[in-house]
Design a protein around this ligand. Structure first.
Ligand SMILES: NC(=O)C1=CN([C@@H]2O[C@H](COP(=O)(O)OP(=O)(O)OC[C@H]3O[C@@H](n4cnc5c(N)ncnc54)[C@H](OP(=O)(O)O)[C@@H]3O)[C@@H](O)[C@H]2O)C=CC1
Ligand SMILES: Nc1nc(=O)c2c([nH]1)NC[C@@H]1CN(c3ccc(C(=O)N[C@@H](CCC(=O)O)C(=O)O)cc3)C=[N+]21
Ligand SMILES: [Mg+2]
Length: 284
């Protein structure tokens, strides 16, 4: 192995100890931060992620309000719950786990969440704030991926970053954050004819596709920083990312593992956003 491992669990531990200090300070002033996490339906992966989020809250002194509903919950009932949480001063962040059952419009749900509590950074207004370079909640996965890149100590300015994937929650905001850090950014997607042509020029690659082995060793420039957002389940039940870790680690300069890379950082940045929301509320 020539690449250095970027340890998302270790970086999460560091950042979560800061979160815990800020949570304790708020709690001492009578403003314990609170995060509402809503899960609708029985998706097993969602259940694991939600459990991780609730546990991370408990470990950091953030109060979690976990609400689990059957898959047949009506859209109107979910919107009513969000209205109630919007109005609850003890709730500073609201997260509705995606994906939702088909009869519920995710856009309606996301836009129902008060912008001041949109700790996922999924709303149109939060996305617009990011695009405009204004302060707002940044989506947790790209935000955490930036922290992982920064943890290498390498300057981002002037580097060529290639993002694979253009979803509203990962690829697009990732590209904007890299652009804000003065990288030269290329965004690729399923319509990109020769992915390797682009990634071979990249000093930084962020893979967010949802397909194992999308990035292989022959597609990576020696010394590159490789961030693997993908979460895929192999036939043996184990998790893997979008990157052929075994091959790419022999070429890259830095690489994140799956599990233990971006996943824990997503949860950490959710806590950071929640603390930020609680601090803003306490200052009002
Ligand atoms: N670790 C974490 O915390 C998180 C992990 N994830 C994981 O990250 C992955 C991506 O998530 P998400 O962005 O929500 O997924 P989406 O399915 O919404 O987006 C996938 C993107 O990949 C692109 N794509 C598909 N095939 C190719 C290809 N062959 N070459 C290049 N691009 C391709 C798609 O292109 P097009 O737009 O043209 O369809 C699309 O833009 C998933 O595995 C997901 O589970 C997601 C969130 C958090
Ligand atoms: N409203 C909303 N916000 C989200 O942030 C959101 C979402 N919906 N829907 C699904 C995706 C996915 N996501 C992950 C979070 C943690 C891990 C995570 O903890 N991963 C561990 C492994 C977990 C396991 O063992 O399965 C790791 O990579 O080490 C993964 C993925 C958040 N998402
Ligand atoms: Mg997120």
């Amino acid at each position: 192995m020539t690449a250095q491992l970027i340890d998302g669990n270790a970086l999460s531990r560091q950042l979560r100890s800061e979160v815990a200090q800020r949570a304790a300070a708020l709690t001492a002033r009578g403003h314990q931060p609170g995060l509402a996490v809503i899960l609708v339906g029985e998706d097993p992966a969602s259940a694991v992620y939600v459990r991780n989020k609730v546990k991370a809250c408990e470990d950091s002194g953030v109060r979690s309000i976990f609400e689990k509903y059957d898959a047949d919950l009506s859209e109107a009932a979910l919107l009513a719950r969000i209205e109630a949480l919007n109005a609850d001063p003890a709730v500073h962040g609201i997260l509705v786990q995606m994906p939702l059952p088909k009869h519920i419009d995710p856009h309606k749900v996301i836009e129902a969440i008060a912008t001041s509590k949109d700790v996922d950074g999924y709303s149109v207004l939060s996305a617009g704030e990011l695009m405009a370079g204004l302060d707002g909640f940044r989506p947790c996965t790209p935000y955490g991926s930036m922290k992982l890149i920064e943890s290498t100590g390498q300057s981002i300015k002037g580097k060529h970053a290639v993002v694979i994937g253009r979803s509203n929650t990962v690829g697009k905001p990732m590209a904007l954050l890299l652009l804000q850090a003065n990288a030269t950014v290329t965004v690729t997607h399923s319509g990109t004819p020769d992915l390797g042509y682009h990634t071979r020029q990249a000093d930084i690659v962020v893979a967010a596709v949802g397909r194992a082995n999308t990035l292989t060793a022959d597609m990576v420039k020696p010394g590159a920083i490789v961030i693997d957002v993908g979460i895929n389940r192999k036939a043996d039940g184990k998790l893997c990312g979008d990157v052929d870790f075994e091959g790419v680690k022999e070429v890259a300069g830095w690489i994140t593992p799956v599990p233990g890379g971006v996943g824990p950082m997503t949860i950490t940045m959710l806590l950071v956003n929640t603390i930020e929301a609680a601090e803003r509320a306490a200052a009002r």
